[in-house]
Ligand binder design. Structure first.
Ligand SMILES: Nc1ncnc2c1ncn2[C@@H]1O[C@H](COP(=O)(O)OP(=O)(O)OP(=O)(O)O)[C@@H](O)[C@H]1O
Length: 356
C-alpha cells in the first residue's frame, strides 16, 4: 500500500494527542476491531448483540459476549437483540452501545481515541452514514470516518485500489453480500444483494424440516454449513457428511440425521443464484476499461466466502477468476484501521472528508 503521508500533518496530530486510531467493521453478526500496532494489527471481535429492557429498548444492559449468552434464554423482562439487520443499523442507541464497547476493547487505559474509521455496507444511505458517524462521535471518538466495507476490504486485502484498471471485492457477510468495483481509489460501482450466510442457515432449517420432518436449531444449521458446506459447481468437490440431532415433528423425540455437502449446496443455491445475478448486473454496467482489472484482481471476503465451490462457480458462470481472501473475517476492519492510521490511503475527496 502506498501512502501519501505528510510528516507535518502527523506531527500536528501527535501534538493534539491523536495517536490512537481504530478500524471497526460493524457487522450484522460480529463487530471486528483492528488497532494498528507497528506493521501489524491487534484484532478483537465481539458478537454484535446487545441486551435491553423489554419495555425500554433504549436501556442497554449488556453488550457483546455477555449479551450473546442471553440470546434465546433471557429473563422475561430482558431481550437480547442485534442492532444491525442485513448490515443496516436498526437501532441507533443499541449500535452506539456496541460501538462504545468496541472502542473500549480497542483502547488501553488512559488512551484516547483519536480517529476511528467504521466500515458499513456500501449501499447505506446518507442518513445511515450520518447515523454511523454520529454514533462514533457520541461514543467518544474525536474524528470519525465512515467508509464502505468493500473499499475497506480492498485496502485491507492490499488490492491496487489507486490504479485505473479496477478491482472487485465480493463480500459475503451474514445478512448481505456487497459487490464493489473500485478504481482510482474510489468506488466506481456497487451492488448490494440482501442475502448472505444467515439465509443459507435459514434454508438449511427449512429443508431439513421438509425432507426429514425434523426441526433443528439455527445454530446447528450454521455449524453444519461451516463443517460440510459447499456451493454447487462443475468441479468434483468432496461430498462431506455430518450428523446432527433435531426434534422429530411426528414424535417430539430427538432424531439423528445425516447432512451432506450436496444437501447444504441445495439450501445455498438460491443465495448463490442471487449473488451471480448481482454480479451479472455489475458486469452489464462495467466499462470495458475496467474488465482487465476485474479479471486480474477480484477477491472474495466475509465469512460466507469460505464456502467451498464459490470461486469455481463464479468462474464457470462469469469467467472471472476470484481469489478467496486468506483473512476473510478481519480484512474489512484491517482496511479501516489502515485508513484510520493514514487517511491519505484514500483518494483526495474522501481524504478531505476524513480530515474535516
Ligand atoms: N468457515 C465458514 N464457512 C462458511 N460460512 C462461514 C464460515 N465462517 C463464518 N461463516 C458465515 O459467515 C457469516 C458471517 O460473516 P461476517 O462476519 O463476514 O458477516 P458480518 O460482517 O457480521 O455481516 P454483514 O457483512 O452482513 O454485516 C455467517 O453467516 C457465518 O455463518
Amino acid at each position: 500500500m502506498k501512502f501519501f503521508g505528510n510528516d507535518d500533518d502527523k506531527k500536528e496530530e501527535q501534538k493534539r494527542g491523536l495517536t490512537n486510531s481504530l478500524g471497526i467493521d460493524l457487522g450484522t453478526l460480529n463487530t471486528v476491531i483492528a488497532k494498528p500496532s507497528g506493521d501489524k494489527f491487534d484484532l478483537y471481535q465481539i458478537p454484535s448483540v446487545v441486551a435491553v429492557k423489554k419495555d425500554d429498548a433504549s436501556t442497554v444492559l449488556a453488550v457483546g459476549e455477555e449479551a450473546k449468552m442471553m440470546l434465546g434464554r433471557t429473563p422475561e423482562d430482558i431481550v437480547a437483540l442485534r442492532p444491525l439487520r442485513k448490515g443496516v443499523i436498526e437501532s441507533i442507541v443499541q449500535a452506539q452501545a456496541l460501538l462504545e464497547r468496541a472502542m473500549e476493547i480497542g483502547t488501553k487505559e488512559g488512551e484516547r481515541i483519536g480517529r476511528i474509521v467504521i466500515g458499513i455496507p456500501g449501499d447505506a444511505s446518507e442518513v445511515e452514514k450520518n447515523a454511523a458517524e454520529e454514533i462514533g462521535k457520541k461514543a467518544g471518538a474525536e474524528y470519525v470516518l465512515v467508509i464502505s466495507e468493500g473499499l475497506s476490504a480492498a485496502i485491507g486485502a492490499g488490492l491496487p485500489i489507486a490504479e485505473p484498471d479496477g478491482t472487485m471485492v465480493i463480500d459475503i457477510g451474514a445478512g448481505s453480500t456487497d459487490l464493489v468495483v473500485i478504481s482510482l481509489g474510489g468506488i466506481s460501482d456497487i451492488e448490494t444483494v440482501r442475502w448472505g450466510g444467515d439465509d443459507i442457515d435459514n434454508n438449511i432449517v427449512d429443508l431439513v424440516k421438509e425432507k426429514y420432518n425434523v426441526q433443528i436449531g439455527i445454530h446447528d444449521a450454521e455449524a453444519v454449513k461451516i463443517e460440510v458446506g459447499m456451493f454447487h459447481c462443475d468441479e468434483e468437490l468432496e461430498n462431506l457428511s455430518t450428523q446432527i440431532i433435531g426434534k422429530s415433528i411426528e414424535t417430539n423425540r430427538p432424531k439423528k440425521i445425516s447432512i451432506d455437502s450436496e444437501f447444504v449446496a441445495d439450501a445455498a443455491e438460491p443465495i448463490i443464484k442471487e449473488i451471480i445475478s448481482g454480479l451479472n448486473l455489475v458486469l452489464e454496467r462495467l466499462s470495458p476499461e475496467l474488465i482487465t482489472g476485474i479479471y486480474n484482481n477480484s477477491v472474495a471476503v466475509g465469512g460466507g466466502s469460505q464456502i467451498r465451490g464459490l470461486k469455481e462457480r463464479i468462474c464457470a458462470e462469469l469467467s472471472i477468476p476470484v481469489t478467496i481472501s486468506d483473512d476473510p473475517m478481519t480484512v474489512v476492519a484491517k482496511g479501516a484501521a489502515i485508513v484510520a492510521a493514514e487517511p491519505r490511503a484514500l483518494e483526495p475527496e474522501v481524504r478531505l472528508k476524513a480530515m474535516k
